[in-house]
Structure formats: structure tokens, C-alpha cells
Design a protein around this ligand. Sequence first.
Ligand SMILES: Cc1cc2nc3c(=O)[nH]c(=O)nc-3n(C[C@H](O)[C@H](O)[C@H](O)COP(=O)(O)OP(=O)(O)OC[C@H]3O[C@@H](n4cnc5c(N)ncnc54)[C@H](O)[C@@H]3O)c2cc1C
Ligand code: SF4
Length: 329
Amino acid sequence: MSRDMMPHFELYQPDTVENAIDLARRIGQGAWFLAGGNDSLDWFKDRNKRPTAVIELAGIKELSGIRETADGLEVGALTTLTEIERSPIIREKYSLLSTAAGRVASPQIRNGGTLGGNLCQDTRCWYYRYGVSCYRAGGITCYADTPEGQNREHCLFGGSRCVAVTPSDTATASVALDAQMVIRGPDGERVVPAEEFFIGPSKDITRMTVLKNDEVLTAIRYPKQWAGAKFYFEKVTDRNTWDFALVSIAAAMALDGDRIKDIRLVCGAVECVPRRLKASEKHATGQSRNDDLAAQAGKLASEGATPLNYNHFKVPLMENLVRRAIRDA
Ligand SMILES: Cc1cc2nc3c(=O)[nH]c(=O)nc-3n(C[C@H](O)[C@H](O)[C@H](O)COP(=O)(O)OP(=O)(O)OC[C@H]3O[C@@H](n4cnc5c(N)ncnc54)[C@H](O)[C@@H]3O)c2cc1C
Ligand code: SF4
């Protein structure tokens, strides 16, 4: 197939979610939803994804906006990362999300990039992005999981033929905040907890989320349970400018004095999905917050890790991020 031109596709610009879904259903596998386009256009220009029809969601008004509800907060999937970063209500009550959104990429990308697009983006494994025919791309090998494979940025957990990781900063924050993902498709609406929305290669090696080809993520709900809690977000990168996480942590903590009443600890870039650290959470719950507890919870975080040839450094990094989250939130 020629690579010297970006492949032709039809462009649809529906103004209702129902029309978008109907188009995707009728077009089938060749359909591609477009939000801010930051990830999508890279794929098209690199010629490595070749949709026959692009369905632009930008004209659907109901998909944008930040609304307070009786149960918490509802954020439309087309709301930009900049809007989330700057929203007074999110900064006041759910600052874990505004901080994570503010650490995505560069200001230009955040101005156009949407929450839905950031949550639904594909993995950044460079072999796959380069267009090689690896397992995830339908081939029969993983180029990263070989003795000489460049797997510094790949996973510690959950590898199953593919060892790629989630690149999304807002995904880790959304799992830590017990978000609910509102999905609409030809059969109506379903609401899926963020923790179940993201899927690893053992479930489906070709997808990062439970979304089917004709389903739209319409909104993300953040329950008020965590409003105003103690939060911690830290993302370690190779460069001190826009970059994807080597490891990140998103933590939410409810305290009673110095006792931890409830806690969520979620790591990014260590698994194909945001990794909830349940053993560390269990160990910390009900305990007084102190350095020893933070160190013990950190150690528990890396249990079961299976590093690849070049990513052993992620193990102590992950442990220290958990330690800092508990100590400094
Ligand atoms: C240079 C660069 C640096 C980056 N750094 C970071 C980073 O540090 N951290 C980070 O988290 N991300 C980073 N990204 C990724 C970037 O933030 C995402 O690509 C962007 O947020 C995607 O949003 P978008 O609205 O542009 O999505 P699009 O590119 O339009 O869509 C992305 C994907 O999501 C699907 N999609 C979008 N919205 C919906 C919806 N509502 N329903 C169903 N499917 C949908 C699309 O079909 C597509 O597959 C970086 C990207 C670039 C180019
Ligand atoms: S890690 Fe996954 S995406 Fe990367 S080369 Fe291996 S199979 Fe492909």
C-alpha cells in the first residue's frame, strides 16, 4: 500500500450523538471518531491507521462542559484538557484531575485535546507507532519483548503477548477518583466504572478500552465521595518538559486526623491499564500516616512485578512514588 500520501477518507460532521453512532454502525470497521485530533491525525499522517470514514464529534454540543450534579461532577467527553486544568470547581474539589490534565503534553495540545480523547488514546509503544506488524497490529510477534527490544518504557505487570503501557495521565486520576464512564451506543447507554473501562491485552490486544467501534464516550462522572479529599499526582519523565510518564502516581486520601480512613493509589505507565495498588491501599487503610507506613505501602506496590530487560528502574521508582504520595498528600 502506498505510503507517500495520506490515505483518502470521508468526513462526517454529525450534530447529535445518535447520528454519530448511527454513522459508525453503518460504516463498520472503517469508521473512526475524531475529537481534538491530536492522536488521530498523527496516526493518519504516519499512514499507520487508515480509516475509510472519520466522524468528527466536535459539533455535538451536549458532549462539552463541566456540570455539578447531586452526585458530584459530570464532565463532557469533548471538554478540553485546558478547560479542565483551569476549571475553578475542579481545582477546588477534584484537583487531582486538574493537576493530571495540566501535566498532559504541551499547552497547544491541551487546548485542542479533549478528556475523552486523552482517556481513549492508544498506546505509545514506538514499535507499534512506527507501523511494524506486531501482535497489537495484527502480527505474530512483540518487538519490545525481545532480548534487545527497547522496552525501557514498557510494562511491569499484565503483559500478555503485548507489553505496552497506558500513556494517559487523566486515566490514572480518573481511576483514583472512582470515575464512572458514560457510554452510548446503538443499544442505548451504559455506565462503566473507570477501573473496568480500561482493558489489557489478555482481554483484547487490539483495544485499550471496552468501547466498541460504534460507541461514544459521552461523559465522565466524578462522585462527590472524593470531593475536597487530599490528593497527590506525580509524573516522572525523562525530560522536564512535555513527555509521557515513565511512571506516574495518582492518589486520593480521606483522613481523620492523621488516620487514613480511605485511600486510592493508582500508577500509570506500569501496565496496559492504570494499575490500582490494592495491597498498598489495604495496608494503609485505618493506619496513622507516617514514614514507616508509607515505606511499607511502597514495598507492597511492586509485588509481582516482572521487569523486562531495560525497565528494572521502574520498580524502585514506583515504590518511591507510593511512599511520597502517602507521606506528602
Ligand atoms: C507530542 C505529544 C505529547 C503528548 N503527551 C502526553 C502526555 O504527557 N500525557 C498524556 O496523557 N497524553 C499525552 N499525549 C496524548 C494526547 O494528550 C492525546 O493524544 C490527546 O489528549 C487526545 O485527545 P484528542 O481530543 O486530540 O483525541 P483524538 O486524537 O481526536 O482521539 C484519540 C482517540 O480517542 C478516540 N476518541 C476520542 N474521543 C472519543 C469519544 N468521545 N468517544 C469514543 N472515542 C473517542 C478517537 O477515536 C481516537 O482513537 C501527547 C500527544 C502528543 C502528540
Ligand atoms: S509492546 Fe505491544 S504494541 Fe509494542 S511491539 Fe509489543 S505487541 Fe506491539
